[in-house]
Design a protein around this ligand. Structure first.
Ligand SMILES: [Zn+2]
Length: 564
């Protein structure tokens, strides 16, 4: 062991001479490393913000790792400037640089180490720690030691220097009321709480925790949906009298008796998930899990892990192994909405499930057998996506074994009254309300509306209508279409009588219709003109020329009206 009875710093000249201020080029150098001169108070602000946004524990880890990196860089320099690394003089480069950088005044107490045999013990007193000062300024006196960047530095320096994990611990700290800070360093395995100490030095991305929380929420949500599912099954089984929908039901009943992969095609909002759930409920798998995934809602680089699970350490941030949706759906049904959004890797993995009934978690090579019925859905034409090279042809053929086209709502208008009844019941009970239902005129317009958003749009409208309508009142047209005054609103093609004209005539009639509507209320031309002008100015962000163009008048005319 290398023992110094009397520990003193050697001269710092060799270190200080490494510092170069190259102000003409905007640089400060320490040997060949670019350095910064930063206000210590700014470090205080950074610390405050970190604690506020990450909490004390995470901020502590973050700042310790920050110091750790800095210590490693300086150890690199120590080896270069004082290459006799078995001498205390060489090791003391670290504590001396800590002083030179103005971070803390280090007083060496004990230092014994043997690089070859990986033995290490050190004690230092720290006086006037910058970190204790800024911490007390921002937070007051702390209960625990708080020289996080400094202690990180000591550990990083010593670990790099020794080529072996060394951990320093602050035994007392000026930030928690001691006269000065005191630190002790030992090899990691000599600390009883080695694991806790080392954990602080590991990256701890908050993003992983967010994913875990999101996973939890989606599980809770799925359970919630499960408890609601009887009504959805009802929806599927009974709310469909139209020929178009009966045909869908017939196909689904056929499919439910086998485990065939089903591809649901249809516009957005036609109720593909409800159909998938209906398929699951009427199949032999109904007692098992039904897992719905909207592939468009998951970032492409995460989708594989989300679907197939991940092994701890598979990528930065994967700090826990976890199962994916497929494993959770085992023996049940998985519903993959917007399947066209799957990344190429996820497409390959899905193909493997369909062909071999097996899968692997991301970063894992354990093959897992899996028994899942896949119901995929898309509102785009998959065949076109295959032609354009966006979707694997072999996967398309596997998915397209049993295609079912779900008709848009406008092709099953016979079902609209039944659907309305269904949603009225659902939202009356959800909001604990009882309206008298939809007024005749409103019903007329709902039946004739073109429903670009299909059943989902209808459901949203009924919900909104119930919210806006008092108990024992009928839901009127305005509650369904609050933005009726918007000239661009599709329902402006509804005539005053509640009938709709064809879309082609709509543009022609819209003009006359708007005027009729205007004149039927308390109309004020000046007020109307003022509103128009304000609106045009808003739309053109205050640009008078552009606003004038919107209104079809000249700039001087516009300026005159504005003045008025
Ligand atoms: Zn301290």
């Amino acid at each position: 062991m290398n023992e110094q009875p009397e520990l003193k710093f050697p001269t710092s000249e060799d270190l200080i001479s490494q510092i170069q201020f190259d102000h003409e080029n905007g640089k400060i150098w320490l040997d060949e490393q670019r350095m910064l001169l930063i206000h210590s108070a700014v470090m205080g602000s950074l610390r405050k913000e970190l604690v506020a946004s990450l909490g004390v524990e995470r901020a502590r880890g973050f700042l310790m790792r920050f110091g750790y990196q800095s210590g490693m860089k300086d150890a690199e320099l120590a080896h270069k400037i004082r290459p006799e690394i078995s001498t205390a003089e060489a090791f003391l480069v670290g504590p001396q640089l800590h002083c030179i950088k103005g971070m803390v005044n280090v007083e060496p107490i004990a230092l014994e180490f043997d690089v070859e045999n990986k033995e290490f013990y050190a004690e230092f007193n720290w006086h006037d720690s910058y970190e204790a000062e800024v911490h007390i300024n921002e937070f007051g006196v702390s209960e625990d030691p708080i020289c996080w960047t400094l202690i990180g530095y000591a550990s990083g320096f010593s670990t790099y220097y020794m080529g072996h994990k060394v951990i320093f611990k602050e035994m007392q700290c000026a930030g928690s009321g001691a006269e000065h800070c005191k630190i002790v360093g030992k090899t990691a395995e000599e600390w009883e709480d080695q694991e806790d100490l080392e954990r602080c030095l590991l990256p701890d991305p908050i993003v992983e925790e967010l994913f875990a929380l999101r996973y939890e929420i989606s599980t809770l949500r799925e359970n919630l949906v499960d408890s609601r599912s009887p009504s959805d099954t009802l929806l599927f089984n009974s709310v469909g009298q139209s020929k178009a929908f009966k045909h869908v039901c017939h196909l689904i009943q056929r499919a439910s008796s086998s485990s065939v992969t089903v591809l649901l095609q249809g516009e957005t909002g036609v109720g593909k998930e409800v159909v998938a759930r209906g398929l699951h409920q009427t199949s032999e798998r109904s007692e098992q899990a039904f897992i719905a995934v909207n592939c468009a809602c998951i970032p492409p680089d995460l989708i594989e892990a989300e679907l197939f699970g991940v092994r701890k350490g598979a990528y930065t941030g994967a700090t826990h192994s976890r199962e994916g949706k497929f494993e959770r759906a085992n023996n049940g049904t998985i519903f993959l909405d917007e399947v066209i959004e799957l990344s190429p890797r996820a497409q390959a993995a899905l193909l493997r499930v369909l062909q071999e009934d097996e899968m692997e978690r991301v970063g894992d090579n354990q093959v897992r057998k899996i028994n899942v019925r896949v119901v995929a859905a898309t509102n785009e034409d998959l065949a076109v996506a295959v032609k354009e090279g966006r979707f694997r042809a072999d996967l398309y053929y596997r998915l397209n074994v049993f295609p079912v086209n779900i008709p848009p709502l406008r092709d099953r208008v016979d079902d609209i009254p039944l659907l309305i009844e269904h949603f009225l019941e659902k939202y009356h009970s959800m909001y604990n309300k009882k309206t008298l239902g939809v007024s005749d005129k409103a019903l007329q317009s709902l039946i004739h509306y073109k429903w670009p958003g299909n059943i989902r749009e209808l459901e949203n409208m009924i919900e909104r209508g119930i919210i806006l309508t008092d108990n024992n009142r009928s839901i009127d047209m305005k509650s369904f279409f609050p933005s009726l005054a918007e000239p661009s609103h599709p329902l402006n093609i509804v005539k005053g009588t509640g009938e709709l004209c064809s879309l082609n005539d709509a543009a022609l009639i819209a003009e006359g219709n708007t005027i009729d509507q205007l004149l039927s209320n308390d109309f004020d031309l000046n007020n109307f003109e003022q509103q128009l002008i304000e609106r045009a100015m808003d739309k053109s962000s205050g640009n008078v020329t552009q606003a004038a163009r919107l209104l079809g008048i000249t700039r001087p005319q516009m300026a005159y009206r504005l003045k008025k």
